[in-house]
Structure formats: C-alpha cells, structure tokens
Design a protein around this ligand. Structure first.
Ligand SMILES: [Zn+2]
Length: 228
C-alpha cells in the first residue's frame, strides 16, 4: 500500500492525469526467446522519452522504477519504458546476455573488440537485444533516454545536455559526475549520433530501491524530461 500511496502522491504532485492508457508493445525476443516489451504511456504526440530499466542482468534495481513509471500518464510526454532489455541476463543473474556479450559495448559508436566482462560481441549490433534498443531509439529519436544501472551511485554524464542531467541528479539525489564516453555503449552512440538529444546513465546504489526511493527516481525522470 505504501507503494500505491507514494505513486498516488507523486501523480498529484506532478499534476499528471492517471489514465489507464498504457500500451504494451512486444519489441522482440532475446536469444533464449524471452519477450522484450516496451510500455508506452502518456501522449503519443508528446515529447518522446525512453527509460530502460535494465541492460545489465545483474543490475535490476531500475526495473521497479520502470514499473512505477508505467502507472503514470504524463500529458506532454510520449514515455516509452523498457523495463528489461536483457531478460536472459536477469534470469542468469549476470551482466551479459546469453551469448556472454555486454550489451552496453555492442553499440556502433567507436565499437571495439573487448573480451571478458566487457565482451563486445563479434561486431557492432551483433546481439538481438542491442538491435531491439537501437531500432526503437532510431524510430523514436527520443529527446531524452535514461538507462538505469547499478551500483556506482551517481549520474554518469558523458555527452548529453548537462542541464538535463543535472536536473535528474538534483531531484534523484544521485551525485552528478561528468565521465568519459565508453566505446560501444548505448549512451555514447545516442549522444554522438542523434544531435540535440540526451542520454545518460543513472547508476543506482547497490540495494533494491524501496518505495520512497522509487518515487524519488520517478520524480527525477519526469523532472529531467521537462528540463532545462
Ligand atoms: Zn551497468
């Protein structure tokens, strides 16, 4: 009930109309056949915003935030939520997908061959899951994309609009850190190939966020979407 209460309070605070207008879209399937869904809420004519709850399978804290976002209906945002881009990794409790590839090194911008923990795959976009996100983002060209990670406890800002990233940091309470771009990362690909858009990583602390924290991160997403 606390979760519901906090979401209701959040909805009131943000002057959002709670509508039952969420649309679930099957984007594709993982290598092991698990569905990868997006949920679209808000106004399809509004500003496109994408939130990815999980790309590294052992960093699942953003999934509960994604689920809370699905309950909103921001009237000026076309909010696309991908709770879990790496369901095989989540099922296995590991960072990589079922091929042992770090999806966040499999994107085209400055892709380089890496092995081990950060294995980048045989070539850019070799992985289904990366192609699914790549296609969605190219189709929507989101004004803002927020990728949830763990466990660095900071906003990893590497190339987007700093005013937007700082807004998220302020509202969420995560420290703001300008950090270098990463070869093959989804965020660096977006920031370097989609001019005028912003993507950043929200690195949550290690623990699963509780209801109060979830409500704060949801507020931060909405605030960042409206910044600067
Ligand atoms: Zn991560």
């Amino acid at each position: 009930m606390r979760t519901l209460a906090s979401v209701v309070a959040l909805v009131a605070a943000c002057a959002l109309a709670p509508l039952a207008s969420a649309r679930t879209v099957l984007l594709g399937r993982s290598w092991q056949g698990r569905p990868i869904h997006a949920v679209e809420v808000g106004n399809p004519s509004g500003t496109p915003v994408v939130v990815v709850g999980c790309i590294h399978g052992n960093e699942t804290g953003g999934i509960v935030i994604a689920r809370a976002l699905e309950r909103l209906s921001p009237r000026d945002l076309d909010l696309w939520i991908v709770p879990d881009l790496n369901p095989d990794g989540v099922a296995a409790g590991r960072r990589q997908n079922a091929h042992g590839v770090d999806l966040n090194r499999n994107f085209p911008w400055r892709w380089r061959p890496f092995s081990g923990v950060y294995a980048s795959g045989p070539h850019p976009l070799s992985e289904r899951e990366a192609r699914i996100a790549h296609a969605l983002i190219l189709r929507l060209r989101p004004h803002l994309t927020i990728w949830f990670h763990q466990h660095l406890d900071l906003v990893w800002a590497s190339g987007g609009d700093r005013r937007i990233e700082r807004k998220f940091a302020r509202v969420s309470g995560l420290p703001y850190h300008p950090l270098p771009p990463l070869a093959g990362s989804a965020i660096s690909w977006e920031n370097n190939t989609l001019p005028g858009t912003t993507a950043f990583a929200a690195e949550l602390p290690a623990a699963e966020p509780g209801p109060v924290a979830v409500a704060r991160y949801v507020r931060a997403v909405i605030a960042a979407a409206h910044a600067p």
